[in-house]
Design a protein around this ligand. Structure first.
Ligand SMILES: Cc1ncc(COP(=O)(O)O)c(C=O)c1O
Length: 333
């Protein structure tokens, strides 16, 4: 089976497992795991922020990050297909007590006109106050779309003018960096707080980080424990993340090339394939998925008429070529 359902399906490589086995560890709730501390310092520095916090999942990193900007009863604005709005099972409302309003951007893009029109300053007891805007780069449900850094800079300038804060869901920021060459620090500059994942394209089995100011991270450390996310000798997992940062960032270019190959095979406009995700509109999504599975290619239906293909570390060039043959035959039926 060639598995193109998600880039979370990767298994740790032998070399990554060796790095995990060798990791120096301690009790991280006591702040005594040197491998976790080193990873947190490294990732904070990459994005030009003061501190970072290791979390088990991207969802927890997002919840902690957004909660550092938005108080209960305030709102965050985001794009309507953002992961925080669609796929975190209401955690931001259920746990933080915030509300969300959304704009719909083609391919998940920032729409500053819509954001400005929705923005509500503090009006006392009349309207929900807009505390933050959240953007997702690359944008998962928009097919791995890159948000141009100039749009993010314009958002930052608008946020500074209006006293609004900015959250960046950078679960796949690595793909954005490799696709565009934008330095991580430039992404860091546009956001007050970020969430980044090591367990997507980078191939670590577990692990994300919230990145932000020392104060925000200190507060999030307490909230993480309250949520049951205080972890002990977790350097074994941080070591996988550090290994992934050393060895699996630049190779994302291969995943992007494989995605372009698959996109061509199923007739998707190459302009719609920025990184490692291909979204295919099919009237018969379920049948297309079943037909591919019969021929050894697992893909996912993400809507009644939408299919998603995702390339990753465990998909070789040969796998991508074989999958392209199968999928182009099916697409031509
Ligand atoms: C853009 C984005 N943000 C956050 C997450 C959440 O990550 P996790 O599954 O580790 O909670 C995902 C997961 O796929 C994602 O695609």
């Amino acid at each position: 089976m060639i598995d193109l359902r998600s880039d979370t399906l990767t298994r740790p490589t032998d070399a990554m497992r060796e790095a995990m086995a060798r990791a120096e560890v301690g009790d991280d709730v006591y702040g005594e795991d040197p491998t976790v501390a080193a990873l947190e310092e490294r990732v904070a520095a990459m994005f030009g922020h003061e501190a970072a916090l290791f979390t088990p999942t991207g969802s927890m990193a997002n919840v902690l990050a957004v909660a550092s900007l938005v108080a209960p009863g305030e709102e965050v604005l985001c794009e309507s297909s953002a992961h925080i709005a669609r796929a975190e099972l209401g955690a931001h409302g259920a746990i933080t007590g915030l509300t969300m309003r959304t704009w719909t951007g083609p391919r998940g893009q920032v729409d500053l006109t819509a954001i400005d029109a929705m923005h509500a300053p503090d009006m006392g007891p009349f309207f929900v106050r807009t505390a933050a805007v959240s953007v997702e780069n690359t944008h998962n449900f928009a097919g791995g779309a890159v948000l141009p850094v100039d749009d993010l800079r314009a958002l930052r300038a608008w946020a500074d003018d209006t006293g609004t804060r900015v959250h960046l869901d950078g679960a796949r920021i690595w793909n954005g960096h490799v696709a565009t060459g934008t330095p991580f620090a430039d992404y860091g500059r546009i956001a007050d707080v970020l969430a980044v994942c090591l367990s997507k394209g980078l191939g670590a089995p577990v692990g994300s980080l919230m990145v932000g100011s020392a104060d925000a991270i200190a507060e999030a450390r307490v909230r993480r424990k309250r949520m049951g996310g205080g972890m002990r000798q977790v350097g074994v997992l941080a070591a996988a993340g550090a290994y992934a940062l050393d060895h699996h960032v630049e190779r994302l270019a291969d995943d992007h090339a494989h995605a372009r190959l698959l996109g061509e095979a199923v007739g998707v406009d190459p302009a719609g394939v920025d990184t490692n995700i291909v979204v295919v509109e099919r009237p018969d999504a379920a049948a297309f998925v079943a037909g591919a599975a019969e021929e050894g290619v697992r893909i996912a239906a993400v809507g009644p008429r939408t299919v998603r293909l995702v390339t990753h570390l465990d998909v070789t060039r040969g796998d991508a070529e074989r999958a392209a043959v199968v999928l182009s035959r099916l697409a031509a039926r």
